[in-house]
Design a protein around this ligand. Structure first.
Ligand code: SAM
Length: 284
């Protein structure tokens, strides 16, 4: 019986099927089995778990996820050219791979997972173009119900974005840091040299794992988005000025949360942003 180990090397598949990387879709493929295996192990343990992968491409990481024992992998891919290569991986894995040809940004993940009978919460794993990765991370972090349909996310980002996700207060700290640290425990795992990709991108990448916090401090999501958008939208201004766009007098709002109105957004810890969102929701 042929299995994942009997599949032809990825480089051969890419050559034989003429899968030339498209810049417009941010395609930089990982061919190094040590690296794809390492990412899959860091996302694990996967044995018996169902996985959502975004952007499988020719399937390097997909193979690793299946080899690490994922029960089933649902992979959302926008570029149909990869479907034959992914179909071969499905066969070699004993039909454990489901491919959904779609744009992940518009996908209704819970509906897809339910339609294919995957067991939630799933593990999310992705090596995505960076603009799409950030937009998806925000989409996932702003799910209306929490805890949600995934329990962890292991994602590749441009190093600067990874630093913003995990940043404590200071210059890298922003909306993404507040959202990520409110609802998950994010940590940077390791850097990936551009040479590991085909073709090599111009930046260093970093793998980040975010574990869902099952019981985050309560805060109204829309209000939190509003206060962080106002505060970080004009991040050089003091909060007493930048929060004026909220349509309330910022000074009593800030003082009711114990925040000095002369501080800037990047100096405010996550818990204070949550308090501010609650105060904003409660203010007339
Ligand atoms: N996972 C593969 C790997 O590690 O070699 C490919 C990674 S490549 C950086 C990004 C992949 O995401 C490509 O296959 C691309 O077609 C796909 N992609 C880009 N935008 C997407 C979107 N909006 N929805 C789904 N897939 C997308």
């Amino acid at each position: 019986m042929s299995g994942l180990d009997d599949l032809p090397p990825l480089r051969e598949v890419i050559g034989a099927q003429n899968l030339i990387a498209k810049k417009s879709l941010g395609q930089n493929f990982l061919l190094d089995l040590n690296l794809t295996g390492r990412i899959a192990r860091e996302a694990g343990p996967l044995a018996g778990r169902d996985v959502l992968e975004i952007g499988p491409g020719p399937g390097g990481l997909t193979r690793a996820l299946l080899a690490e024992g994922a029960n089933r992998v649902l992979a959302i891919e926008r570029d149909d050219r990869f479907l034959p290569a992914l179909a071969d991986i499905n066969t070699a894995s004993g039909n454990r791979l489901i491919v959904e040809p779609a744009d992940a940004l518009g996908a209704d993940e819970p509906a897809l997972l339910a339609r294919h009978g995957l067991k939630t919460p799933v593990t999310i794993v992705a090596n995505l173009p960076y603009n799409v990765g950030t937009a998806l991370l925000v989409k996932w972090l702003t799910q209306p119900v929490w805890p949600t349909w995934f329990s962890s996310m292991t994602l590749m980002f441009q190093r600067e974005v990874a630093e913003r996700i995990v940043a404590a207060n200071g210059t890298d700290f922003g909306r993404l840091s507040v959202l990520a640290q409110w609802r998950t425990k994010p940590r940077m795992l390791f850097d990936v040299n551009p040479k590991a990709f085909l073709p090599p991108p111009s930046i260093t990448s970093t793998v980040v794992r975010l574990d869902v916090t099952p019981d985050p401090e309560p805060a109204p999501l829309k209000m939190l988005e509003a206060v962080t958008a106002a505060g970080f939208g004009q991040r050089r201004k003091m909060l007493r000025a930048s929060l004026k766009t909220l349509g309330r007098d910022p000074i009593p709002l800030l003082e009711s949360c114990g925040i000095d109105p002369t501080t800037r957004a990047e100096q405010v810890p996550v818990t204070k942003f949550l308090a501010l969102a609650r105060a904003y929701a409660a203010s007339p």
